[in-house]
Structure formats: structure tokens, C-alpha cells
Ligand binder design. Structure first.
Ligand code: SF4
Length: 258
């Protein structure tokens, strides 16, 4: 019998590391369609991502005015998951400010967008495929290729760095054109701050080895242990997970955005 092939992305990898049980509910049992809840921070991030995606398709800040960007943002806004109309309005205004600042910072930069929102994928081992969701690839005014990934959350963490290293690998593996070293940038929208990710010697190889090890662990896992903690508060499966550290009606163990 043919052995199954596992598809892993940086997001799935991170989810598994945070809590294997949650990964199991989401990607082995596919229970997300039953338990997924609208979340304010997803709505917020999604509106920003979609606005920037569509804006760069039109030419981006060097070629189009900020009004176009804001119109796309308001068209993309869905506002699901907010606890009150006031908190939704506040978040919506914050998003608008972020995009105004973003546009002002970038309107004089003449880079060319090669593509937005692509999902490159390649084999890593005979039983493991790696994929990712790229926000944008640019050719900069200096003639360098740059992978840009937007983040709308408040936190910077190591998983973002790993994600960008994987994206750099995926771009080189998937698109023959981009074999030169790539610039990798995490763009923190709330701070309007671009964080360059410069791989250290051997770092990409170490990350890929780690992905292979996690993939092997998932493929051979007999059970997926729970890892209760602060993230249980925002886990869609806390209503069915017997080990959840959070129950509906509890106070979140850490502040939840909005
Ligand atoms: S509720 Fe907590 S322990 Fe249970 S699956 Fe979700 S994150 Fe894991």
C-alpha cells in the first residue's frame, strides 16, 4: 500500500509545535469546519492583507494614491468576531491609519511587484511536501528580489523567522527564475516596520532538517498529546478538548486582541 504524503507549511508546523492535539483536530480530523469561530484579529488581519494584495495588483503605492488603498480596505472589511460595534469601529480606524502610514512610507519607492499571494510547493522527502502562502515578491529598485510577508499581530516571534527562511527556500525551489539570494522581509503592519531576515550560515538547512523531523513524527504518530496553556483561550477546539486550560466563560489567561 502506498504510504501517504504529508503536506506541511510553516503555519502547520507552528501549530503542531504549539499543541499536537490542536494540529490533530484541525488537520487529521478536519474538525475546523465544525468548530472554527470568527475572531476579531483574523478579520482585522484579513482586511489588511486583502487590501494590500489587491492594491499591489493595481500597481502599489508608487503608482496609485492612498485613496485607492483605503477603498480596497473598506471593501475587504467584514468585521466578524468583534465583541462590540465600538471595538469593531476602533479596529477599523486603526487599520485605516496603518495603511495611510504604509502608503506614505512607500509611495516614493519604485519597486516592481512580481506576484502577490502565491502558494509554492515542493517535495522535501518522498513522503513530505512543503508549501507556504506567500504575500508578495518584489523586484526592488536596486535590482534584488524580495519576499515580503505581512504580519498584523502585535507579537514578533521566532516562528516568523523560520517561516521566511522556508519561503526563501520554496521560492528558489519552485521558480527557476529566482536563484539569486533573496531578501526576506517580515513587515509588521502595526508598527509599519520591515524586519529583514538574514539567514545565518547553515540556518536554512537546520530549519529544513527540523521540518523533516517534525514531518516524520507526525507521519508515525500514534497519538497527539495536548499541550494546555495560554493558547487554549483562542483555540477553536477548547469546547471539545478534555485537557483545555480554558473553558467558555473563563477569563482568558492572556489578553486577546480587541
Ligand atoms: S484546547 Fe488547548 S490543549 Fe486542547 S487542543 Fe486546544 S490548544 Fe491544545
Amino acid at each position: 500500500m502506498a504510504q501517504k504524503v504529508l503536506r506541511l507549511s510553516p503555519h502547520r508546523l507552528n501549530l503542531y509545535r504549539q499543541c499536537p492535539r490542536r494540529y490533530h483536530y484541525q488537520y487529521v480530523e478536519n474538525l475546523g469546519r465544525l468548530y472554527a469561530k470568527p475572531r476579531a484579529y483574523f478579520s482585522f488581519g484579513s482586511a489588511l492583507h486583502r487590501a494590500l494584495r489587491d492594491f499591489y495588483r493595481l500597481g502599489g503605492p508608487f503608482r496609485r494614491p492612498v485613496e485607492d488603498l483605503l477603498a480596497l480596505y473598506h471593501a475587504a472589511w467584514q468585521g466578524a468576531g468583534f465583541p462590540s460595534p465600538e471595538s469593531e469601529a476602533e479596529a477599523r480606524r486603526e487599520g485605516e491609519e496603518i495603511l495611510r502610514t504604509y502608503h506614505a512610507k512607500h509611495k516614493h519607492i519604485n519597486s516592481r511587484t512580481i506576484f502577490v499571494e502565491r502558494q509554492p510547493e515542493c517535495p522535501l522527502t518522498p513522503h513530505l511536501r512543503l508549501f507556504g502562502q506567500l504575500d508578495r515578491l518584489d523586484l526592488t529598485a536596486e535590482g534584488e528580489y524580495e519576499v515580503v510577508d505581512y504580519k498584523s499581530g502585535r507579537h514578533q516571534d521566532e516562528s516568523h523567522r523560520i517561516q521566511l527562511l522556508i519561503y526563501g527556500y520554496l521560492v528558489r525551489q519552485t521558480y527557476a527564475l529566482f536563484q539569486a539570494p533573496l531578501n526576506l522581509t517580515i513587515y509588521y503592519l502595526r508598527d509599519n516596520y520591515p524586519q529583514a531576515v538574514v539567514p545565518m550560515p547553515g540556518e536554512e538547512e537546520r530549519v529544513l532538517d527540523e521540518v523533516k523531523a517534525v514531518g516524520e513524527e507526525i507521519l508515525t504518530a500514534q497519538h497527539f498529546p495536548a499541550q494546555p496553556g495560554p493558547l487554549c483561550a483562542t483555540c477553536d477546539f477548547n469546547v471539545i478538548c478534555p485537557d483545555s486550560a480554558f473553558r467558555p466563560g473563563d477569563e482568558p489567561l492572556e489578553p486577546v486582541p480587541f
